[in-house]
Design a protein around this ligand. Structure first.
Ligand code: ZN
Length: 392
């Protein structure tokens, strides 16, 4: 039986840190005509992320369809050669499709025909050195070829306009079947000026313009996908469970991981449940059922109880300070993926895709959907593809 849809070209654009409210909250007044057109014409959803809901783990899961503990990408520093699951670009290449990646996190050594990799060692502060990427390009000299065509391409630091120019070069010259392109400036700005800040909204409007430029060069009949890796919150209040427990006279170990307060100690669990009765005072939102914890983060299976904090309240393992005190007020992610309001986005538009609002989906559904759209299998991806649901 023929699996999926063959013959489609696929263009996947990621906008790092594109928290769903940027596009869904009218009060933010974001002008993003290109993204909004894709949302109007195609399928769109808010997305519950993976654990840890950090940048590189999310990007590995977006292209493999499996959770970080199975890809092995749990931090922001692994090359594609370390992935323990097959990414879509590799599965596509094996099927004879031409795959290309531009500045996608974790693509050093990716098995693709064209690659301008993002690798942690190329980072300079929040940005990446252009030369480090150019030197590691595949094939060698790819960056020079792009620069010959677009003289403004070469820079000191890699920018989103570099990603767009590289994408336009590839779409018009090399014509890959699947192309993954990453934009990082919306995330970088939020780290400086806060979640969904006015400045971050301006950067997103610029990203939207770059998306429009790339789309204008995509061959007719290209399936276009826009994804992001995680939502964003502001750490307005700091929650210190170790201080709370000491004040309550309870001994025993408590941990903070993936945004959750967890414990393997029944007495500590009981004390935290007692504090949850007055949850607002302690910044606690709810007890997270252990079945949910284990489903999303196998590493915490030893806990007997786990608790999530209120939105914009971030837990730490600090021993000193107020039980609940002022936070750093900077934008943060890496919190528990299904917290209220903490969502990334998925948009897919193009041939055969109908206009539909999907509501909320899981991030692990995205890779199998893209795979089915280009007729490729990702055997390790167990979540259901959305392809049948979004096409007719
Ligand atoms: Zn990110």
């Amino acid at each position: 039986m023929l699996f999926g849809q063959t013959g489609n070209r696929l263009l996947v654009l990621s906008i790092d840190g594109l928290d769903a409210p940027f596009l869904n909250d009218p009060a933010l007044r974001v002008k993003a005509p290109n993204l909004r057109r894709l949302m109007r014409e195609g399928a769109s959803a808010t997305v519950v992320g993976v654990t840890p809901s950090e940048t590189w783990p999310a990007y590995a899961s977006l292209v493999t369809g499996v959770a970080p503990w199975l890809t092995g990408v749990l931090t922001n520093d692994l090359p594609a050669t370390a992935f323990r699951a097959t990414p879509l670009w590799e599965a596509a290449s094996q099927k004879g499709l031409t795959a290309a990646t531009v500045y996608w996190p974790g693509t050093m050594g990716a098995k693709v025909a064209f690659n301008l990799p993002q690798l942690q060692e190329s980072q300079k502060g929040g940005s990446a050195a252009f030369d480090a990427i150019a030197q590691k390009s595949n094939p060698a000299g790819l960056a020079s070829r792009i620069e010959n065509k677009y003289p403004a391409f070469g820079k000191e630091l890699w920018t989103d306009s570099n990603s767009a120019q590289a994408a336009i070069y590839l779409l018009t010259t090399e014509k890959p079947d699947v192309l993954f392109v990453h934009f990082s400036e919306v995330e970088a700005e939020q780290r400086e000026t806060g979640a969904r800040s006015l400045y971050a909204r301006e950067i997103l409007e610029n990203s939207d313009d770059l998306v429009g430029q790339v789309l204008a060069k995509a061959p007719a009949g290209t399936l276009t996908v826009v994804v992001s890796d995680h939502g964003f919150e502001n750490s307005n209040r700091t929650v210190r469970p170790r201080v709370m427990l000491r004040q309550a006279g309870v001994k025993g170990r408590v941990e903070v991981a993936d945004g959750l307060i967890g414990t393997a100690d029944a007495a500590v669990a009981g004390a935290l449940r007692a504090l949850l009765v007055d949850g607002r005072k302690y910044g606690l939102a709810r007890e997270v059922p252990m079945a949910e914890v284990k489903a999303r983060a196998q590493g915490h299976a030893k806990w007997v109880a786990a608790f999530d904090t209120l939105p914009d309240f971030v837990a730490t393992e600090e021993e000193r300070g107020a039980a609940v005190g002022n936070g750093s007020h900077v934008a943060t992610h890496g919190v528990w993926p299904n917290r209220p309001g903490y969502r990334s986005i998925f948009i897919m538009a193009g041939p055969g895709v109908r206009s539909v609002k999907l509501g909320e989906i899981e991030m692990l559904q995205i890779a199998p959907t893209l795979a089915e759209a280009v007729g490729v299998r990702l055997p390790a991806a167990k979540d259901s593809s959305l392809w049948r649901q979004i096409t007719r």
